[in-house]
Design a binder for this molecule. Sequence first.
Ligand code: CO
Length: 151
Amino acid sequence: MFTAPVPTQGLNHLGIAVASIEAARNFYESVLGAAFEGDEVVADQGVHVAFFRLGDGPSAIHLELLEPTRDDSPIAKFLAKRGPGLHHVAYTVDDVAAALASAEQAGLRCIDAVPRRGAHGADIAFLHPQSTGGLLTELCQPAAHAVSVHS
Ligand code: CO
């Protein structure tokens, strides 16, 4: 029987690179009707992150706008090279450490050797676009207290 190496439970969020959250949020809030869910700075990644929700209930979609806080951050480099737009897709996993180990074993190129702490206290790990058909892919294990919010 086939068992997927990295079983995912659904879409967690879409990560969208922007030059300015303040400038970009108008489209999501005023045009698409998204609800602001909070923001935070992830200092070691040099990124300011703002979360928005589209819709309610189990089918709600979460968007993560990513704005660089310094010129040498990964998001700043992405913007310089590719411009604003879709940066990554994040899938929910039950156990990110197990999923990462399994991805490595399956020969996928992983950016993180071990999971790191992301926004909202989630444990996350990234798979390299070279192994995913070109799209940076995040595996996201929500913090225990946040599971009901994001599932
Ligand atoms: Co993300």
